[in-house]
Design a protein around this ligand. Structure first.
Ligand SMILES: Cc1cc2nc3c(=O)[nH]c(=O)nc-3n(C[C@H](O)[C@H](O)[C@H](O)COP(=O)(O)OP(=O)(O)OC[C@H]3O[C@@H](n4cnc5c(N)ncnc54)[C@H](O)[C@@H]3O)c2cc1C
Length: 247
């Protein structure tokens, strides 16, 4: 049977009517940046639990998750209803392979996310490791509406701190946003717009790519990169691409 720690909500950020972050106090085991934990609530007689990536770095507390409310989903809407001081169940141990240890070696790191898939990448970028390991880091974040580009303050801090090696590329597909690229990541890869905007190219010998979020984006971007000669990264068969699908 799954073991649970009794945690509590320390604070909540409401980014939009369907996009939130919760900070949670719970004494989980040490974890690696980029991993996820299972979070649950007792609903009726049942515990409903789902995985959520940690946005906080391993040295930071409280824990932090960001999530969107999925229409008809049993957990996300109940998580959104929580407030400071409410109880929440947290599994003691984090899991996942979207970590610096498991991401391919190279000189350029591409972190490509849709929606809440940016969470594990922020956890990673809050640590020193990627900045020591890579010459250039590109963070791509695709959303429908500009207001869904969360954590802008943190991203601005990273941009100032690492001006010589960090590029943030937001995409907004559902409205015009002057500061963001329009449309989808896949189209911008095909047209070359993403690389020219970032000032970096996808290179077989140099690029490490991590993809996170919407499975359709993950699948399509992965295929485009494979068509360009990059390959899936495996511990015993090094390549370029690591992925995490959210559903
Ligand atoms: C490894 C991993 C890490 C994850 N980390 C996060 C995270 O950091 N933030 C986050 O918001 N979600 C994350 N998820 C998804 C999350 O676990 C839940 O599935 C989601 O919050 C919906 O929960 P639910 O109980 O309301 O609905 P569910 O019963 O889980 O899902 C209902 C339906 O919606 C689909 N679905 C699930 N998530 C989404 C979504 N975001 N958009 C559209 N459809 C979806 C499911 O496939 C299912 O068909 C992660 C999933 C995995 C596997």
């Amino acid at each position: 049977m799954e073991q649970w720690l009794e945690g509590s909500v320390a604070s909540k950020t409401i980014w939009t009517e369907r996009l939130l972050s919760l900070r949670i106090v719970a004494d989980i085991e040490p974890f690696e940046a980029g991993q996820f934990i299972k979070v649950g609530l007792k609903i009726g007689d049942e515990i409903i639990a789902r995985p959520y990536s940690l946005v906080n770095a391993p040295h930071e507390r409280p824990l932090e998750i960001c999530f969107s409310i999925v229409p008809g989903g049993p957990l996300s809407r109940n998580l959104a209803a929580l407030d400071t001081g409410n109880n929440i169940l947290v599994a003691p141990r984090a899991h996942g392979f979207l970590t610096m240890k498991e991401i391919a070696k190279g000189s350029d790191l591409w972190l490509i996310a849709t929606g809440t898939g940016i969470g594990p990448f922020l956890s990673i970028l809050k640590t020193g490791t990627p900045w020591q390991r890579f010459h250039c880091i590109v963070l791509v974040h695709a959303v429908r509406l500009a207001k869904e580009l969360m954590y802008r303050e943190l991203i601005d801090e990273l941009t100032s701190a690492y001006a010589d090696k960090f590029v943030y590329v937001p995409f907004v597909s559902g409205e015009n946003a002057e500061f963001a690229l329009p449309g989808r990541i896949t189209h911008a890869i095909t047209s070359g717009q993403l690389e020219s905007h970032a000032g970096v190219e996808f290179r077989i010998a140099e690029s490490s790519v991590a993809l996170c979020g919407n499975p359709q984006m993950v699948k399509e971007v992965q295929q485009l990169l494979i068509d360009r000669g990059l390959k899936k990264h495996r511990r015993f068969d090094p390549g370029n691409i690591s992925v995490e699908n959210y559903w």
